[in-house]
Structure formats: structure tokens, C-alpha cells
Design a protein around this ligand. Structure first.
Ligand code: PTJ
Length: 250
């Protein structure tokens, strides 16, 4: 299947249009759900108002997320159909740097899409991808959405859940896991239940978290704990909301 992208590089929305093409290609490849297109559209609107940039509070959240991942006993990066289409290599790279597992975890779970995403991540350098076993359940959620791996998300102490549905984010938080959420909507339930809400586009957030993790690799446990404790989730959400509300049409 060919996905010729003919966007002139000087187009003012160049990055945004490329990202949109990646989601379209994801749907064609059987990776991204059709609902994923709608989710992307909603995200784009918030990103437009943010000025399609990483605001300072998101940068602080990305640093705190890196510190949490480095402190974790068992960190897991959860991957859905949108994340797999937009940033497969970036997921693999972050997992390597912080020593995390990668697990495919879908809102609309089908075995075909699970397998397609696992294969896609392997093509982007992942060695082990969890999720296919689905031998444990997140309590309090309906059947398919609750399926996780017993030695993956179920066992994790810190999970990165980008573009997550609110119900599942709440259910994971109720299991006592530290939740790092990437979501361009600071008002979404997932952002609000997160220990670290990262209000940034996933395509910028993942490389930023990786860069912070690399910079913090030599830091002591005490330093990492300070970073985590200093981070204020309420402030980050309020700051992002303010940036969006005062966002300009450029
Ligand atoms: O692949 P599946 O079956 O697991 O389904 C994935 C989607 C994303 C379709 C599913 O989880 C879903 O319906 O999510 P929601 O409820 O639409 O929430 C997605 C959230 O992510 C929204 O708040 C969007 O604003 C936000 N979002 C969308 N695109 C991006 C984003 N946040 C960061 N970066 C993006 N590129």
C-alpha cells in the first residue's frame, strides 16, 4: 500500500498534516481504529490553540515522567492504535532508555488489530511486545477493554498511557499504579486522574521524555524523588488550560 504524502514543506501546517497522514495510513494498515481518526481531530484542535508547541508546564511534566520511569520497578508503556501509527519508533526508543516493557492495550480490542500493532512495533525495532496473552483483567471494566498481560500492565508500578479513555485511566489509577498520561485535552478524565498529566502532542512528548530520561540517567534516587515530588499536577493542568483558552488563531 502506498501512502504518498504531497505536502509542501513550507505549508504552515506541515507537521500537523504529516501527522494526519500517518493516522490515515494507520487505518489503512489495520492498526488504527476509525474512532482513532476522530480522536486525532480532537487532539489537533487543542494542539492548534496551544500553538503546536511544548509549553513549559508540559516540559516539566515530561521531566517528571522521565524521573518516574527511571525510579520504577516495572515500568510499562501502553500502546494503542493511534500511538502505534504516530510514533512507533519513539515508543521503542523510550522503552530502551528507561528499561520499560511495551504492551499493546486497545480500547476496541480485536485480535487482528492487536497482531498488526505488535508486528508494526517489531518492524520499528521492538524485541518483545506484550499484550497478546491478555491473561489478566483490570478490575471494574467491561470484558475486552479490561484485558492486560499478567506480567505486563497488571504487574506494573508505573504506566505511561497515552491518549487513554477516561474509564480505563480511572480503573488503572484505582489499582494504585502511577499513571503518566499524554493527552492534549487538559479537561479529559484521564488527564485529571493522572499522577503526571502531559498536555502535549504524543509526537513531541515521547522524544522529550526520552531526552529527559537520558539526561537524568546518572541522577541519584534522591534527585529523581525530588523531581517527582516537586511536580504539581494541578498546576500543570491549570497552566495548559490557560494556554489553550488564551490561544490565538495564527
Ligand atoms: O486504538 P484503540 O482501540 O485503543 O483506540 C484509541 C482511541 C484514541 C480511539 C480511544 O482511546 C479513544 O476513543 O480515545 P478518546 O476518548 O477519543 O481520547 C483521546 C484523547 O487523546 C482526546 O482527549 C484527544 O484530545 C487526545 N489526543 C488525540 N490525538 C492526540 C491526543 N493527545 C496527544 N497527542 C495526540 N496526537
Amino acid at each position: 500500500m502506498s501512502h504518498h504524502v504531497d505536502v509542501p514543506e513550507d505549508h504552515p501546517r506541515y507537521e500537523s498534516l504529516l501527522t494526519r497522514h500517518r493516522i490515515e495510513a494507520g487505518v489503512d494498515m489495520g492498526i488504527t481504529s476509525r474512532q482513532g481518526l476522530i480522536a486525532q481531530g480532537r487532539g489537533e484542535a487543542f494542539d492548534y490553540l496551544l500553538g503546536e508547541r511544548t509549553i513549559d508546564s508540559a516540559e516539566a511534566a515530561e521531566r517528571a515522567a522521565a524521573a518516574y520511569l527511571l525510579l520504577a520497578e516495572h515500568p510499562v508503556l501502553s500502546v494503542n492504535g493511534n500511538v502505534a501509527a504516530l510514533a512507533p519508533g519513539e515508543v521503542v526508543e523510550l522503552a530502551e532508555v528507561v528499561g520499560a516493557d511495551v504492551e499493546v492495550n486497545l480500547f476496541n480490542r480485536t485480535e487482528e488489530r492487536m497482531q498488526a500493532i505488535v508486528d508494526h512495533l517489531r518492524e520499528h525495532g521492538a524485541t518483545e511486545v506484550k499484550g497478546l496473552a491478555g491473561d489478566a483483567r483490570i478490575p471494574g471494566l467491561s470484558h475486552e477493554r479490561a484485558k492486560v498481560d499478567a506480567d505486563g500492565i497488571y504487574d506494573a508500578d508505573v504506566v505511561l498511557v497515552p491518549l487513554e479513555d477516561g474509564d480505563r485511566a480511572e480503573a488503572l489509577a484505582a489499582m494504585g499504579k502511577v499513571e503518566l498520561v499524554v493527552d492534549l485535552n487538559p479537561g479529559s478524565r484521564s488527564a485529571r486522574v493522572a499522577d503526571v498529566p502531559i498536555v502535549d502532542n504524543i509526537v513531541r512528548a515521547l522524544p522529550n521524555i526520552t531526552a529527559h530520561a537520558r539526561a537524568l540517567q546518572g541522577a541519584s534516587e534522591a534527585e529523581l524523588r525530588d523531581i517527582v515530588e516537586e511536580f504539581d499536577a494541578e498546576w500543570a493542568l491549570a497552566d495548559a488550560e490557560e494556554a489553550i483558552r488564551s490561544g490565538e488563531f495564527d
